[in-house]
Write a protein that binds this ligand. Structure first.
Ligand code: FAD
Length: 481
């Protein structure tokens, strides 16, 4: 099946501009609404409340589950944005009551504290306090997620419920006591926002749940490919349409009776769209993946996808450098299988790094691909015993230089997928070797922070720029009266 790209792609700058412009809509509506005169701090407080409420609603579509959004920049960048945006909207929420009392506090600190206590305890403001508390609990539980004794699914459910509670309580607060939101155009805007959030939750957990049951897939075969690593051949059940995807994308997968979006897990498609069905390469990593190897053939599988832009089609180039660490080989295996199926002629260099040789998956197939494509392999293992074409140790600058030999870094693209430290090290070394930053693309299998590459830091600075622009919008609003 020849996949088509259904989505127009926008640059990060265009998406940032769209984010900022939509943030200005509620502020503009507030500016057009008449309210009792206040001082500049109170106007700023109101603007922060408006921006925070709008930002909380937008978090639902930047959660990585909407391909129309995450497919634009890749899951890595969207999740980085989602986390950053959470911190500035939490800051705006915390500052919202403080800015209201600040002028009083400057005049008379005791009266300032009394006013703040009133805002935090008076029943009229309770839904605002609920919204603020929900966001703070969400952020703290996300930072501590790896240390919390909860299964990932419990954290995810809590995250969803707290997010919905924060937005709904925030909307009630705006309608009940908001200086600009009680009636008029902004009140209607919040009505549309509430509808939007309810629709998003309905699509995510209602429509997708229905699709997972209406369009089941089946586990056709399962094979062990490396130590604690399994390859699943999944085929559409009769009546389920084939999936239109690009090699390198990923799907959300569930199985058996647990076919509900809350229980699904992301896995890269280690396959070519030229072949019917999907192949997933899964490494045992926890509750769900540890029982993958015991799934019986014929088991009903739920597939939601495709997602992501970790593909050669989204990143056209004259040549490709592929870097896979451990099970990070999965999307690259899909890309190579697709190149073999399509008879790719562009040069490809693949570095595949593992802890020990028993962790290499599908080696014979990769070696065979090297005979049919313009593909050179670098097989790296940190431990012996090595075979003739393997190298001991980690990828170094020298390995990367030799991979780049004969290629033009400006017209080549590097696709990296693997553990955080490997992605960071290789990405930075490629920049040192003259590769432009936009030519280095990576996808991490874990959203949790960890070390950051130069590209991560550049991305953080850009995202911070959005926060600064929002701060300027709040200040502009406050000073415009
Ligand atoms: C875009 C993407 C593609 C991936 N592709 C592959 C692949 O091809 N092969 C492979 O083996 N692994 C892949 N992963 C990782 C895989 O999703 C996790 O290893 C798996 O979900 C772990 O679930 P668990 O219950 O077994 O382990 P747990 O112990 O529950 O989780 C281990 C860690 O995995 C992450 N995780 C767990 N559940 C989810 C979830 N539902 N959504 C997002 N992250 C979760 C969390 O960071 C968690 O700390 C991919 C991850 C992402 C984000």
């Amino acid at each position: 099946m020849t996949p088509h790209n259904p989505l127009p792609r926008f640059s990060g700058k265009a998406l940032a501009a769209a984010y900022l412009l939509t943030a200005l809509i509620p502020l503009l509506l507030a500016r057009l609404t008449s309210a009792a005169p206040m001082d500049a701090w109170e106007y700023a407080a109101a603007a922060m409340g408006v921006i925070a409420l709008w930002g909380m609603a937008v978090q639902f579509v930047t959660s990585g589950r909407f391909e129309a959004v995450s497919g634009q920049l890749g899951i890595d960048k969207i999740m980085a944005f989602h986390k950053f945006a959470a911190s500035w909207l939490a800051l705006a929420l915390v500052l919202h009551p403080l800015a209201y009392v600040f002028p009083t506090w400057l005049d008379n600190p005791d009266l300032g504290w009394i006013r703040l206590r009133f805002y935090l305890t008076d029943p009229a403001y309770r839904t605002g306090v609920i919204a603020l508390s929900s966001v703070l609990v969400m952020i703290i539980s996300s930072i501590l997620r790896d240390w919390l004794p909860w299964p990932y699914e419990a954290w995810r459910l809590a995250h969803l419920l707290l997010g919905a509670l924060a937005v709904l309580a925030g909307l009630h607060h705006a309608w009940a006591v908001g200086r600009f939101s009680a009636d008029g155009a902004l009140a209607w805007f919040w009505g549309a926002t509430a509808l939007g959030v309810i629709t998003v939750i309905g699509v995510l957990y209602g429509w997708r749940w229905w699709l997972l049951h209406r369009r089941p897939w089946r586990l056709a075969a399962i094979r062990q490919r490396a130590e604690r690593m399994w390859e699943l051949d999944i085929q559409p059940a009769p009546g389920t349409p084939a999936m239109d995807y690009f090699a390198g994308q990923f799907v959300w997968m569930t199985e058996g009776k647990r076919r509900f979006p809350l229980f699904d897990h992301p896995f890269s498609i280690a396959d070519s769209p030229q072949r019917p069905g999907l192949s997933l390469l899964i490494k045992e990593a926890g509750d769900f993946t540890n029982q993958i190897g015991h799934l019986p053939e014929g088991r009903v599988i739920g597939i939601d996808g495709p997602y992501g832009e970790f593909t050669t089609q989204a990143h056209p180039a004259q040549a490709y450098l592929l870097f896979g660490g451990g099970v990070g080989i999965a999307p690259l295996l899909g890309i190579i299988r697709d190149m073999v199926a399509r008879g790719e002629t562009r040069p490809v260099r693949l570095a595949y790094a593992v802890g020990q040789p028993a962790n290499f998956a599908c080696l014979e197939e990769l070696r065979a691909a090297a005979n049919s494509l313009d593909l050179k392999l670098w097989l790296m293992s940190e431990d012996p015993p090595l075979e003739a074409d393997m190298t001991l140790g980690r990828l170094s600058r020298e390995h990367l230089s030799s991979m780049l030999e004969g290629l033009d870094p400006a017209h080549s693209k590097a696709l990296l997928c693997g553990p955080g430290p490997m992605v960071v090290a290789v990405s930075d070394m490629l920049l040192d070797l003259g590769m432009p930053m936009q030519n280095v693309v990576y996808e991490r299998f874990d959203y949790a922070g960890g070390a950051s590459s130069r590209q991560d830091r550049a991305r953080s600075r850009n995202i911070l720029g959005i926060g600064v622009a929002l701060t300027a919008a709040v200040a502009g609003f406050a000073l415009s009266f």
